[in-house]
Design a protein around this ligand. Sequence first.
Ligand code: ADP
Ligand code: MG
Length: 575
Amino acid sequence: MVRLMKGLRPYYPHLAGVIAALLAQALAELALPTLMAEIINNGMIKADYAYILKYGGYMLVVALASTVFGISANFLSALAGTGFGRDTRNRVFTHVESYSLHEFDQIGTASLINRTTNDITQVQSLLVMGLRFMVYSPIMCIGGIVMALRLDAGLTWILVVVLPLMLVFIGAIATRVVPLFRALQAKLDKVNLVLRENLTGIRVIRAFDRQLHETQRFDQANLDLTQTAIRVNKIMAVMFPLMMVLMNLTSVAIVWYGGIRISQGFMNLGGMMAFLQYAIQIMFSIIMVTWLFMMIPRAQASAVRINEVLDLRADISDPPQPARSADPLATVEFRDVSFSYPGADEPALRQISFQLRPGEFTAIIGGTGSGKSTLVNLIPRFYEVDSGAVLVDGVDVREMTQQDLRSRIGLVPQNPVIFSGTIADNIRYGKTDASDEEVRQAAQVAQAHEFIAALEDGYDARIAQGGTNLSGGQKQRLAIARALVRRPEIYILDDSFSALDFKTDARLRAALKQETANSTVIIVAQRVSTVMNADRIIVLDDGEIAGIGTHPQLLATSAVYREIVLSQLSEEEIA
Ligand code: ADP
Ligand code: MG
């Protein structure tokens, strides 16, 4: 809570202004009934028109002032609230960017989106309205009681009866509504989760004809949210008319009993009218305060959720004194590395050791789930190793800044990510200031130029969100071009040829070999034909290295490798 509220600090002047304006507004509002009493008693009853005009003028000025103060308070609190919302969204976003993949897995994308948008809006709106109720209502309530007592203590017994009654009413309603408010937020999360899964998984849902199932799933979550919201609103719908009845009954009581007191000579007409108005002000302020207290739990639930995001520290951070590269000849080295995913029983990688040199072409092969992607994801330090060390250019990746480390790497992930924008934008993602020539060159090496040139707008062709208007192979080649344009020391291509036909695969590898003569290239592949000509092949089997060597060496020494080869190639192809 404290962390979140720190974000309010820049808005202290605004908040001070809001409080001052609300104070002034409350005082002006409190003065109005007294002025009215003056007009009734000394102007109207005595038919003194000059007096009426004079005090009517005062009332007009006070009412205008109250309006101006009210508007200023609203204006300032809206400024503070929206500013706070903007800053907090920024803070959350920047913080989330520092997360390693582990933290993303922990909170979940749908919830993160919700927390950055809806939850912050909840806190923001409480701030805007809450401040008003919190400052204005107590002043009105206490001020009203003081003024009413001054007018006629004999009438106050009505308030003594009504106010506790009102509090009991409100208490009964609040105990029902508050838990519902709290539940609303979690239910909204659920709706968003289902919605998000549906939108991103729409193809799969259609392909497996699961629309009905998904619709039911959404309906359920939606209905759950709706019913809770309806219950809240039903209770609220009862509350307001009840309060109105109570207020009107109070007015009747005041007029009736006030009439008796006037006829007995204890009170005058103006006094009674003013008392009536103060009573209404008091009751309204009590309703406002309770409304506030009902809003708080919902915003508090949101605040807790936002704080969870802010308090979650990325388990990967930069060292205070980053080391610079020592031995540029050993580009990537694994020293006895073991790694398990958080919460997994089995380590995904066990005692992996190898060393790669620049200019070398290394292939990693192994069955699905053998840990290939996990291994290459340790090089850019997406995850932290459990034991052992990953070294890039002779330096432990934990001793480099992440920015320095990653600037040396051109990564093509297993599932290529394509951003909405043009083709050129997507390639330039690898290097913002790449020239058109560089972009084209990279696309040519990646064997993407042909299909891009065939598009109507060529490099300026628009790509739909998620790259849905491209084929799998086209996406892979774009992602490769993005890595190439960067001209990094280390290329990592995680299963990036899987959607390419054999011919394109071969052409791409040949072009890549020329282009990357001085770099370290790591290619993860399933196909033996892709890895056969590599300088070094690492065979992974169930998280362990089953063999390292060239194709002929491994054929002779590694049973696992032979098995993979035999399953894919015919005898004469091997020979
Ligand atoms: P490969 O790329 O060789 O197909 P992976 O490296 O993706 O294999 O996966 C290796 C193992 O780690 C698998 O058993 C998989 O279930 C597990 N795994 C992969 N990613 C995660 C993750 N984010 N969280 C937990 N376990 C994971
Ligand atoms: Mg993989």
